[in-house]
Design a protein around this ligand. Structure first.
Ligand SMILES: [Zn+2]
Length: 477
């Protein structure tokens, strides 16, 4: 099984290889064997003339099931979101909806040049929800860390009586689905978020212990917003006290993180994944590229909620870079300045190598390097949108000017999943199933009063008594 990609402009994100104009990439048994101009080999050939080759993009935070409510959350704060989705609509999803959304979301990712997704599945309402969610991703050919959510909010599910029930099933799930290491999908675990911890911290410790025993990467939403009293959550301190920080933990959002907490994360080798578009919109604060860099914390980017935004990682990376620049320039206060803080090459790194490191997959993906898996994206750069592109700074073209429409060809583990701008997988079937899920979930939601609850209901579901008191006061005057 040999494939030869001919005549690409290679942007390797590997400091030893850097960028090479007119290079060929030889792939054998799914592995990149050689990158240089003028390779001759008997192989299936892909003509990459006019294309920029980049490593497949790595999305380090996503909830695939939420794709069944496309754009429903687009004008919501995090409180609307938790109330209307996690405390309400989540329970409407059947196992078949987990399959449909995973299938569609996986193909949507591949279409967008995203070759690896860290799925944070926090709607494991029954064992079948987990199994069907995983099956959907598996059928797409996407590389993934599929994370079993112990965390959950909607209270009406009956399949698991306790956290220990969830852990017992996780062990069976891991044995059944992840016994073979020779697969594209590896196991992750999302322990309970700190706002859901009860008095028994040992129950939390057992979640981390089991995840580590299973060799699973761990993911957790943290330090998203201060609590209803205005106090920062101090989630890193809580994890530190429990003794569970480590290099296998990826903290998500984290915009309200103290300097002491950044140091704890740096010392522990933990990672942070920002999801700029949802963070900017929903009031989760300012993601900072500066704080983790100063503390030596690896920082990467995720798409997060496709009930909100699309799976377009180009936009997430651009958004993160541009807003971080604006924030730093604003803080700087100089009248005149030259150059901007952070470069486009930093942003491309966040979306490739940094993501691979966070997922513990940097030996395999994240750069175009001989010996690594062939997760490769060819961007069509000779079309009307990129013609005349900047060959001296191709990272700038990739980050500032390219988009999903430029994703011409995608290989994952050496297998062609998109070619000449068309997905190889059955996109029509995925769209049909996704539409059925959307119709079902919308219908059920409408029968129960609709997704978009009024502020009073939102606050009631969240138990936000001060907010309810303020509403009452406003109504009385
Ligand atoms: Zn999330």
């Amino acid at each position: 099984m040999r494939t030869l990609i001919k005549n690409a402009f290679v942007v390797s994100v590997d400091p030893a290889i850097r960028n090479i104009d007119g290079a060929d990439i030889l792939i054998e048994d799914g592995i990149i064997r050689e990158i240089r101009p003028g390779i001759e080999a008997v192989a299936e050939q892909i003509d990459a003339s006019g294309c920029i080759a980049i490593p497949g993009l790595v999305d380090t935070h996503r909830h695939l099931w939420e794709g069944g409510m496309r754009a429903v959350t687009a004008d919501w704060s995090i409180y609307d979101f938790i109330s209307n989705i996690r405390l309400f609509a989540a329970r409407l999803f059947r196992a078949e909806d987990m399959y449909a959304t995973a299938l569609q979301g996986g193909l949507e990712s591949i279409n967008a040049g995203v070759t690896t997704v860290a799925e944070y599945c926090h709607n494991v309402r029954t064992p079948e929800h987990a199994e069907e969610g995983l099956r959907g991703v598996r059928e797409t050919g996407l590389r993934a860390v599929w994370s079993y959510g112990i965390t959950g909010l909607a209270k009406d599910q009956k399949a698991f009586a306790s956290v220990d029930d969830r852990l017992a099933y996780l062990e069976r799930f891991a044995a059944k689905e992840f016994a073979s290491k020779a697969q594209l999908i590896t196991l992750g675990v999302c322990p309970e978020e700190t706002s859901l911890w009860g008095a028994d911290v040992e129950a939390v410790r057992r979640q981390f212990d089991l995840a580590r025993r299973l060799g699973a990467r761990m993911f957790m939403h943290g330090n998203s917003r201060p609590d209803f009293n205005g106090n920062t959550r101090r989630d890193v301190v809580k994890l530190q006290r429990l003794g569970v920080l480590g290099p296998d933990l990826v903290m998500v959002h984290m915009c309200f993180t103290g300097a002491d907490e950044w140091k704890m994360l740096g010392d522990a080798g933990s990672h942070v994944s920002y999801t700029p578009e949802t963070e900017y919109q929903m009031g989760l604060g300012w993601p900072s590229a500066t704080d983790p860099r100063a503390a030596g914390v690896n920082m990467c980017i995720g798409v997060d909620i496709t009930a909100n935004n699309s799976a377009d990682m180009f936009f997430q990376l651009r958004c993160m870079l541009q807003v971080e620049r604006a924030r730093l320039i604003d803080e700087d206060k100089r009248v005149a300045f030259s150059r901007t803080p952070f470069d486009c090459s930093d942003a491309l790194y966040w979306g490739t190598m940094a993501g691979a490191i966070a997922l513990g997959l940097d030996h395999k993906i994240g750069s175009l390097t001989p010996g690594k898996a062939a997760d490769i994206v060819l961007l069509r750069a000779d079309d009307i949108s990129l013609t005349g592109w900047n060959r001296r700074n191709p990272e700038a073209t990739v980050i500032q000017q390219a988009g999903v429409h430029n994703v011409d060809t995608v290989l994952i583990d050496g297998v062609v999943q998109k070619i000449n701008g068309r997905l190889v997988g059955d996109a029509a079937r995925a769209c049909r199933l996704q539409q059925q899920t959307t119709d079902y979930v919308r219908g059920e939601a409408d029968a129960l009063g609709g997704f978009d609850a009024p502020e009073r209901v939102v606050f009631e579901r969240l138990g936000y008594t001060a907010g309810l008191a303020a509403l009452n006061e406003r109504a009385a005057t």
